[in-house]
Design a protein around this ligand. Sequence first.
Ligand code: SF4
Length: 472
Amino acid sequence: MRSFRQFLYELIRQTSIPFTSEGKSQLQIMGMLETRALDFDRVIILSVNEGILPQSRKLNSLIPFDIAAELHLPTYREQEAVMAYHFYRLLQRASEVVLLHTTSTDAYGNSKGEQSRFIRQIEHELVPRSKGLIRISHPTVRFGRAGANTVADLADLRVPKSETIRNQLIHTLTTRGLYPSYLNQFVSCSMRFYFSRIVNISEEEDIEEKMGAAEFGSWLHMVLERLDKEYRLLERPIDELIIKNLLEEEFTKSMKGRVIESGMNLLLYELAQKLMLDFQREQNKLAGLTVIGTEQTLETYLNVPLNGGQEIKVRIAGKVDRIEKFGDQIRIVDYKTGSVKLPEKTPADLTEKLLKDGSEEKMRQLWLYRYLALKNISEHGGLPRDKGKRDIFPAKGLPVEAGFYSFRDINGGFKTNPVRFDTNDDPEQYIKDSEELLRQLIRQLLDVAEPFKKTDKLETCQFCDFKGICGR
Ligand code: SF4
């Protein structure tokens, strides 16, 4: 991409667009060379910046400058002289001249934001000699957004939750549903939630030569899903070659145009191979492990009474990476390629953390997964198997855990979420307590008295795509 960009900008730089003049018009737009022998009463010249007028000193020739000068071949000096001639000749009979220059570097690197030497010559040579006939002024124009554009205004940026927004949210909650990612986004920064879920600004998709952490993660997820679907669920054996082939196939599918022969991509490719082989080796050691389903969506409906007697039926859902049975324990599994921190035991301020702490995303996600699994077992007697929604794997009475396999610590095995609401850990009580918290969160989400506002935790903003919009 970098090389492509260089070629493209070089091409743009060398491209000139001829203007077609409309003879009768009072306004003529033209290039510098077309102005020769024409006089105008009022002249506006754009980009009077060093590097553009005159152009930067570039030698587009294989003949070195000294040889060209010695042999009286044209060099940039002649080019500059031609430009200077056209420029001053154009000003000769004009009564009003506007010379515009920018103070910022342009995208192509032609101008460094410095005004042209021609402007300086006018100021220092022409104006003093004109005996007052030439008057000069230097107005500065700043572009910015009208309204809330001061630092103080941006710091306090808030968006009120109008009735329209509230209705839109209710519609989403009752149709598409509330997913852990939706909830996490709202808890970590309601302003980010507003940009992404209400205004629907999509996050920046940066195509780089090098694969990023997110792409690396989704590539491994795809391979793991296929390994489960095409091998483990069908009880077919998995060997090294299968893993390597799947990695290659998924890489070709999802990493369009990226090369793996060298550089960082090669290192990441080798790392992926090692991680996947290690992971399968660890999995094979777990005698009695059965995969029940992969990439299953668990869902349930929750009645939420709102203020004013209104009651809505919210769909709560979550797409889990894998449902497995180990011994007699049901595990709801999430794969993690990045680093994750989970507390060792249930935090003392659990409710506070689940309702308000943006940094506890993983804990909140796994809490919801376990709730969804227990609710599904309580309602349907089991969990959906891969063979189709109607097929239920019976799990009544079996212990359920939600947790993750970390690819940063493969030997560490399955790590469980410590969230518990009481010491007995009765599933019915867990469901009841979870639903109470969910109702609180949904009411908070729909509370018109609480505007969308920026998070106080600056570390949340570090990788946020909306930094530029909200002024962080
Ligand atoms: S930059 Fe920070 S405050 Fe702004 S939307 Fe993103 S997370 Fe929220």
